[in-house]
Design a protein around this ligand. Structure first.
Ligand SMILES: [Zn+2]
Ligand SMILES: [Zn+2]
Length: 898
């Protein structure tokens, strides 16, 4: 549906869609803008233009329309007290990481807090009605505007005023009346300054009218009335109508302060502190003029750099003023804004990375660093985080708890960026033309090179305005899940015995059987889900190989046939398998909380898998685990096992569970049903989970981490075993250790022995050599070495196969022998592992006829291998150890026979 069409249809019937009691009571006039024709409501008889086209646009800069001044913190207190005294419940903000929706990474609007998935539909669940919430929202598509326009933020506080029209809540009349009184009574804005502009909203199949409200041209909020479903030619009123009024808290503060930008009043003392560090005077009059021009030009020009150029011209700024004041100021605003966003995101468990929502966070931190480098700003990151939290905790006290964790993550991530700079420099030096937006996205996604870095390196002068919106689009939504393929329409819900008495043997009726599948009226077979593998066992004589859940129906997959429909079957669940899986599942919960407690608050379950004899838990963490960390995690997990804590299971209404335990319960992802099953290991770990669990942690006996691995940026895998498998593993592990240490001991002893032998050899060698070379003619044996001495002037032969001699010995002896007796041929044969080797030396005289290489070749052939060398020295060998003597005999013949 086209929004313009809806607007023209609704504006054609203002009585029905826009008229509220307030307009009647206060005598509002409905007018059409002289410039753009849009319809708006005002009590100012002289007004002729809509707020976007009036002369008073942004006239509050330097001249606020309220008597009182409120900064960010105080502005919220004003808003909150107004709504509370008018019957609203003030609800704490929800996390900025949107754990309760699987189609969003970050909370982008206050209404998202109350949207829950029910099957495939989105429904609204309000913890109170009516309510007001100071919801921090993250939006990354306007990043290039942040710091430059004076009013764009990457995160902002959306004041959410929400109501369901019923006996507690209200509808349009009350909503508009409250918003008007908030401005005029609570903030003291002159009634004449308030303008309501007609607009519409549509999304997710529903739509409705809306009234945007402005003061001095500044849009403060938008009251959306989600009212209809269908299409423009045929629509009906929704069963669940919703008031979705969202207003920017930053703008309320800005309006009352009248500072040049919203940044000057929304970050508390931080902006001033940083400006002082670089010596810029924020009260400079020209800033007011400049930013008013920027604000006005924003509607006029499409392109930000054009807006900036024109504002510079009309404010009459010199180049020096731009370089010394405006540019550093924009950088400082950007830095403060981005750090605030990172604080909220990291505090709520998100990590900068190169996947999903982490992309945007990494980008922001790199922008901060690049901006500081480009402008030679030397701000201390920890100090900025401290200043922000000191200020923000007035409204968001929960940030205090993660203060140090935020610093840790930012420190690690900044270090990573510094380390990658050399690589980035190389990549950038290879760029030979100006990169397009797609090039920029590729450069960031594959190499981590941010456009801010390119700007810092003077490769580009401006960041294309579409870059951030494109990147944000690419990484805004999570992947949609695959849709269910099996059609089981008309079947009634399977009774889940495993959530009741959980019998391992039971009788059930076959409701449907087809192909290899069976549906029963009730089952104790756990269906694959939440990372827990399915039960196995038998249904009648058929083996159950898989069990899956399709809506409310459990389907069993059988092997070798299926029972008849309508028959009653006896079923047996493999309880040994189930036991193993169950222990691993409870262990997963224990390990999850243990890792968070050891590593930091950013640890969140990324995914998990539990089989009978092994399991794994993937967690969000910035680095690979160290040995020390693994030991600590295992120790903590096993201390929970030893304490034999009770594991209890309770069912809650989803909203109640969220309010009671917070969003940490969604470790395993969203719960698409109204009732949430909460598994608590006393106070140690509390999660929403549909799996099977032990009753006492002591049943687990032991948890053993077998391996950990960083599987992707920001995700670490922990493989583990528990129960009997862990005990076996440890036994095996210990046995292996004992075996290994015995082997090591043996090796060491052998080495020692050899060393001793070598020493001994060195001492007795001259004697041995003399003994051999001075042997009498005939066959002699000297220390296990056989010596065949012949007549002078003929070759002598000397050999050994004795096991007491090794390679070192043979080489040393051969060398010495032929040195002393040039007619000597030496042949040493010895075993080396599973091989048998031969070393041959032939003296200078002997070698004329009896070459070492020839002998080695022949000997090796006999030994079943190959060998060779020169006439003086050669070696070889083979595998046949039984042929050692044959080989020596052959060598002897070759040498002694003429
Ligand atoms: Zn207009
Ligand atoms: Zn679980």
């Amino acid at each position: 549906m086209d929004k313009k069409e809806i607007l023209s249809k609704f504006s054609a019937d203002p009585e029905r869609y826009y008229m509220v009691k307030l307009f009647d009571d206060e005598k509002f006039e409905r007018k059409s803008c002289a410039t753009c024709n849009r319809f708006y409501w005002t009590i100012d008889g002289d007004r002729i233009n809509c707020p976007d086209h009036s002369d008073d646009t942004y006239s509050f800069i330097g001249n606020p329309p309220t008597k009182k001044r409120f900064d960010y913190t105080q502005a919220w207190k004003e808003v909150e007290s107004f709504f509370v005294k008018n019957g609203h419940t003030s609800v704490n903000r929800y996390p900025v990481v949107c754990r309760w929706r699987d189609d969003l990474y970050f909370t982008i609007a206050s209404i998202v807090d109350f949207q829950r998935v029910m099957g495939s539909k989105v429904v609204f669940e309000f913890p109170a009605n009516p309510l007001v919430v100071p919801q921090t929202c993250l939006r990354f598509k306007d990043l290039e505007n942040v710091g430059v326009t004076g009013r764009h933020f990457s995160s902002f506080c959306m004041i959410g005023q929400h109501s369901i029209p019923n006996s507690h809540g209200y509808w349009k009349d009350e909503c508009v009346d409250l918003d008007y009184r908030l401005l005029t009574e609570q903030f003291g804005v002159d009634k004449k300054e308030v303008v309501f502009v007609e607009d519409v909203w549509e999304g997710g199949g529903s739509f409705g009218s809306s009234l945007e409200f402005f003061v001095n041209g500044l849009e403060l909020g938008n009251a959306v009335f989600t009212e209809f479903q269908g299409n423009l030619s045929n629509y009906k009123t929704l069963d669940q109508q919703i008031i979705d009024m969202g207003a920017g808290l930053e703008r309320f503060a800005w309006l009352t302060m009248g500072t040049p930008t919203a940044y000057d009043c929304c970050f508390g003392p931080i902006t001033n502190n940083l400006l002082q560090q670089v010596g810029i005077d924020a009260n400079n009059e020209l800033l007011g003029t400049y930013f008013t021009k920027i604000a006005k030009h924003m509607e006029q020009f499409g392109n930000l750099s054009e807006v900036r150029k024109n504002a510079i011209k009309s404010a009459g700024l010199s180049d020096e003023q731009i370089n010394k004041i405006i540019t550093p100021l924009e950088g400082i605003y950007l830095i403060i804004d981005h750090i605030r966003t990172l604080i909220f995101a990291i505090s709520d468990g998100a990590l900068p990375s190169n996947v999903g929502g982490g992309y945007n966070l990494r980008m922001m931190l790199r922008r901060i660093i690049s901006t500081m480098d480009r402008l030679s700003l030397k701000f201390d990151m920890d100090e900025m985080i401290d200043m922000q939290i000191d200020y923000l905790k007035n409204t968001y006290p929960e940030l205090e708890k993660t203060r140090e964790d935020i610093k840790t993550i930012i420190r690690i991530e900044s270090g990573r960026y510094e380390n990658s700079k050399l690589r980035m420099e190389k990549i950038v030096s290879k760029l030979n033309q100006k990169p397009t937006v797609d090039d920029l996205i590729r450069l960031y996604e594959s190499d981590g090179v941010t456009p801010d870095y390119l700007k810092e390196m003077n490769v580009i002068s401006d960041i294309p305005s579409t870059f951030y919106s494109k990147l944000s689009e690419l990484h805004q939504s999570k992947k949609q899940k695959e849709q269910d393929q099996v059609s089981l329409e008309g079947l009634s819900k399977t009774e889940l015995l495993y959530y009741e008495d959980d019998p391992k043997e039971f009788d059930a009726k076959v409701i449907k059987s087809f192909d290899k599948y069976v549906v029963l009226d009730k089952t104790s077979f756990y269906a694959r889900g939440g990372g827990q593998e399915p039960d196995h066992g038998t249904i009648e004589k058929f083996e159950v190989v898989d069990v899956s859940k399709h809506g409310n129906v459990i389907v069993h997959e059988l092997k070798n046939g299926i029972p008849k429909e309508g028959s009653t079957v006896s079923c047996v669940v493999d309880s040994k398998r189930r036991d193993g899986i169950t222990k691993n599942h409870t262990s997963t919960h224990i390990l999850n909380s243990s890792t968070r407690s050891v590593l930091g608050s950013w640890v969140w379950q990324h995914s998990a898998f539990k089989e009978e004899d092994h399991a794994r838990l993937d967690i969000t963490h910035h680095s690979a685990l160290t040995n020390d960390e693994i030991i600590k995690i295992e120790k903590l997990a096993n201390s929970i096992v030893e304490k034999n804590m009770s594991v209890t299971i309770d069912n809650f209404d989803r909203g109640t569970a969220e309010q009671k335990y917070g969003f940490k319960i969604y470790q395993g992802g969203i719960v698409p049903v109204k009732s949430v099953r909460i598994v608590s290991i006393e106070d140690f770990d509390i999660e929403a989970c549909g799996g099977t669990h032990v009753k006492k942690t002591g049943e687990i006996e032991l948890i053993k981490i077998t391996r950990t691995k960083r599987i992707q940026d920001g995700v670490v895998r922990i493989e583990f075993v528990s129960g009997g498998t862990a005990l076996d593993y440890t036994k095996q592990h210990d046995a292996n250790l004992i075996k290994k240490s015995a082997e090591l001991k043996e090796k060491t002893e052998l080495r020692e022995k050899r060393r001793g032998q070598k020493q001994e050899l060195r001492e007795k060698f001259p004697i041995l050599v003399d003994g051999i070379t001075q042997s009498k003619i005939g066959t002699n044996i000297v220390d296990g070495i056989i010596v065949d001495m012949t007549d002078p002037g003929k070759p002598n032969f000397c050999s050994t196969t004795s096991d007491q001699y090794d390679e070192f010995f043979h080489i040393s002896l051969g060398e010495k022998l032929i040195e002393k007796d040039p007619w000597m041929v030496y042949c040493g044969v010895f075993e080396d592992g599973d091989k048998v080797r031969a070393i041959i030396y032939s003296g200078e005289q002997a070698a004329k006829d009896k070459k070492a290489g020839d002998i080695a070749k022949t000997v090796s052939e006999i030994l079943g291998g190959a060998g060779g060398g020169n006439q003086r020295f050669a070696q070889g060998g083979g595998k046949d150890k039984s042929k050692k003597n044959d080989a020596i005999e052959k060598a002897k013949k070759m040498v002694l026979e003429v």
